[in-house]
Design a protein around this ligand. Structure first.
Ligand SMILES: Cc1ncc(C[n+]2csc(CCOP(=O)(O)OP(=O)(O)O)c2C)c(N)n1
Ligand SMILES: [Mg+2]
Length: 438
């Protein structure tokens, strides 16, 4: 039997030849793989030694590349894209410095990934369920999460709607904006997204209308959860869109050391998932790719994978100094050559949709809005101290939390009003922590 397969001629799968060999010779158990007689190994999904191509619409200076098609956008939509792309670095610069001043505990910027994040956000429907990694604040902003909301979460003040100050900065979550709460352990959102996609498919008024969109970094794709997630989405089909942000680094590990294959895109076909690689510095290419990927998700009720290629201009987070492992000049070069914001601005200028005055006005306005929100957030109190013990468990509070709460109340009664460091700390909470004593 085995010899039959090995000796079967090379073109056994072609229709003309298939008539000449018996049906038994052509068909493998449980597979439609064509039979060949030549022993050939492969290590590429697009043909021997060729790399998966990258879809692009605009060149580095904002011109339409030969043969490319512009996605349908008008001037107002382009302005919205550009404003949101510019808002990200404005917020990032202020919040990065605010962390350096010790006013917030942590921050992560998205420099260099503005087109990937905003282009994706703009291609999704407002109520598609989004499961992010941590660098996708721009999706929330696109959906109307305000600058005050961003500040409230990062400062952990009383206006922090879903987290009530109990999450690290940038671990956003907002049911209203269909944005599932960020969790630090990498890649957990990838299998969860397959479940969310499946739940959407089983919900009559969301079926055929909503998708789950899951963002993750190329580093997170080294976790077992990446494979578990894609496997799940592939075998229990669901409209789940996987968006891999390949920014070249997982903290200090460059992508060249993260995988030996052709990026993340090469893994999609292994799971039978429609896949495309896109230039993540080209907001119009991202917009088109995600729009089409979303359409396929809904049409087929199946997962789709998009790999967006960019460069992490920022340090990984405020806990990182990337110049310890990459040269400053490399970063400066990428900022200039691949700058996604400049590329789109030049395109808008070429359409007569933008000019230097508009640029000055926008930058000044965004900075003023961000500074105003920052100054306001600083003055707000934290949520009630008793919130420390709420929300994690449903139903009756478990005994260990009751015990811990009683212990804290006991200590507050003993030291709260006399011991200076405690008095100062308690003053930062709404009701000065008194709600715990009642
Ligand atoms: C399970 C797990 N392992 C390690 C970490 C530490 N960690 C946090 S972010 C990160 C790098 C992730 O890189 P990537 O997915 O490429 O995302 P990027 O930061 O480049 O956006 C690592 C290793 C973690 N949070 N969780
Ligand atoms: Mg990365």
């Amino acid at each position: 039997m085995i010899r039959t397969f090995i000796t079967a001629p090379h073109r056994a799968h072609t229709r003309s030849f298939s008539t000449t060999i018996s049906r038994r010779q052509q068909i493998l158990p449980k597979s439609n793989s064509p039979i060949v007689s030549k022993l050939e190994f492969f290590n590429s999904v697009t043909g021997s030694s060729s790399l998966i191509p990258t879809y692009r619409v605009l060149d580095g200076v904002g011109n339409l590349i030969h043969g490319a098609e512009l996605p349908q956008i008008d001037k107002a939509f382009a302005h919205r894209l550009y404003e949101n792309m510019q808002l990200l670095p404005t917020l990032d610069t202020v919040l990065y410095n605010v962390q350096r001043q010790g006013k917030i505990s942590f921050y992560m910027t998205a420099y260099g990934e503005e087109a990937t994040i905003i282009g994706s956000a703009a291609a999704l429907e407002m109520d598609d369920e989004v499961l992010g990694q941590y660098r996708e604040m721009g999706v929330l902003l696109w959906r109307g999460f305000t600058i005050d909301d961003v500040m409230a979460q990062c400062f952990g003040n009383e206006e922090d709607g879903s987290g009530k100050g109990r999450q690290m900065p940038v671990h956003f979550g907002s049911p209203k904006h269909h944005f599932h709460t960020i969790s630090s352990p990498l890649a957990t959102q990838i299998p969860q997204a397959a479940g969310v996609g499946y739940a959407l498919k089983r919900t009559p008024d969301r079926r055929s209308r909503s998708i789950a969109a899951c963002f993750f970094g190329e580093g997170a794709a080294s976790e077992g959860d990446f494979h578990a997630g894609l496997m799940l989405a592939s075998t229990i089909p669901s409209p789940t869109l996987y968006i891999a942000r390949n920014n070249g680094f997982a903290i200090s590990t460059p992508s060249t050391e993260q995988y030996n294959g052709d990026g993340i895109a090469s893994r999609g076909p292994g799971y039978g998932i429609d896949t495309v690689r896109v230039d993540g510095n080209d907001v119009l290419a991202v917009l088109s790719a995600i729009r089409e990927a979303r359409r396929r998700c809904l049409e087929q009720g199946r997962a789709v994978l998009v790999e967006a290629m960019s460069y992490r201009v920022s340090h990984h987070s405020t806990s990182d100094d990337s110049f310890a492992y990459r040269p400053r000049t490399e970063v400066e070069d990428h900022k200039k050559v691949d700058n996604p914001i400049t590329r789109f601005r030049l395109f808008m200028e070429s359409q007569g949709w933008w000019n230097a005055d508009a640029e000055i006005e926008l930058k000044a306005r965004l900075k003023e809005d961000v500074m105003k929100a920052f100054k306001r957030a600083e003055t707000l109190k934290r949520a009630e101290l008793s919130e420390l013990f709420t929300d994690v468990y449903g139903g009756e509070q478990p005994w260990h939390l009751k015990e811990q709460r009683a212990e804290l109340a006991r200590l507050l009664r003993k030291y709260g009003s006399d011991y200076e460091p405690w008095r100062k700390e308690l003053a930062k909470f709404k009701n000065n922590g008194r709600d715990l004593l009642d």
